[in-house]
Design a protein. Structure first.
Lengths: 99, 213
């Protein structure tokens, strides 16, 4: 851990294990850490109200970002232009581009 | 490992089949294209928009992406991730449209951003904003914050957090190592959270949750 990072942790009043959560919570939520590392973080989070709150905060954030997927799609005007161009290429499924 | 699909889609130009009798392979190609490629139009559009920021530019990039995908369909390996293949073509089309002015950033320490995000949370908690993300409809503010997020952080967030690609897939699409995806993603998330907390402060979240759009 770098000195600035350690200093930040001290400022936040966090223990070493809380520090692990702080450093690796995104890796944990993204399932990018080893099973043993995940188990260690899971166990600590379950017993630490501060880290539980932080996990919940980050999970809510990631869920909010993920929901953007449902809100934005290709506009109909784009679908119509693409359909015409695919038709020009001889694509037989060109009309499937439209909704 | 190759960072681009086999035969570098988007570079080729096969002759169109207009006016020719359709062979069995043409029909099979069209069936596969409809089944495997067309369902991802919305996804490719979102990614293109994240790259171009302009709807009209995104339209052009998406059309070119699907036309090149159709012409280069013989290079798509059946059974592999077609969405990732399309994202890669999309990025190639975009980069070519920008004369390959690929944005570059230094490799950042992702953990510094992770720790910095913790500091943002600690400050928000002190002000009573710690349930900010659970309480509010963040979509309008998130869209604005994503629009303002610089490349390549925006692409990393779009691919991993919105489109749900793995780090590995996002790395292939972006043409960078997995560690770079991680550092860009963490920076993007941290910047988004800072922005959202600022928006909440500006709108007086603590005293009036209903005041948030």
């Amino acid at each position: 851990m770098s000195a600035p990072a350690r200093s930040q942790l001290q400022d936040l009043g966090l223990s070493a294990t809380c520090a692990e959560v702080l450093h690796h919570l995104w890796d944990y939520l993204d399932e990018q850490i080893t099973p043993s590392g995940a188990e260690r973080l899971r166990a600590h989070i379950a017993s630490c109200p501060t880290c539980r709150g932080y996990e919940s905060y980050q999970e809510c954030f990631l869920q909010a970002v993920s929901k953007l997927r449902q809100e934005l799609g290709a506009p109909e005007s784009l679908r119509e232009r693409l359909a015409e161009r695919l038709k020009g290429q001889g694509c037989s499924c060109w009309d499937k581009v439209k909704r | 490992m190759s960072l681009e699909p086999r035969d570098a889609p988007g570079t080729g130009g096969l002759t169109a089949d207009v006016g020719q009798e359709r062979s069995g392979s043409d029909v099979a190609r069209d069936v596969a294209f409809e089944r495997d490629a067309l369902p991802w139009l919305d996804d490719v559009y979102r990614f293109a928009l994240s790259l171009t920021r302009e709807e009209s530019d995104a339209d052009d990039v998406v059309q070119e992406t699907f036309l090149r995908a159709y012409r280069s369909w013989h290079t798509f390996i059946p059974g592999t991730d077609c969405r990732r293949w399309l994202f890669t073509i999309c990025r190639n089309v975009f980069l070519r449209s920008r004369e390959r002015q690929r944005p570059t950033v230094d490799l950042e320490d992702g953990e510094q951003d992770a720790v910095a995000a913790g500091s943002v949370y600690a400050a928000a908690r002190e002000k009573g904003y710690d349930d900010l993300f659970a309480t509010l409809d963040l979509a309008p503010a998130l869209r604005d914050a994503l629009d303002e997020l610089a490349e390549p952080f925006r692409s990393a967030v779009i691919l991993v957090d919105v489109e749900d690609l793995s780090y590995e897939s996002a790395a292939e699409v972006m043409g960078v190592p997995i560690g770079t995806v991680r550092s860009r993603l963490f920076r993007g998330r941290r910047l988004l959270q800072e922005k959202l907390v600022t928006v909440a402060e500006d709108l007086g979240f603590q005293t009036s949750v209903q005041g948030m759009p």
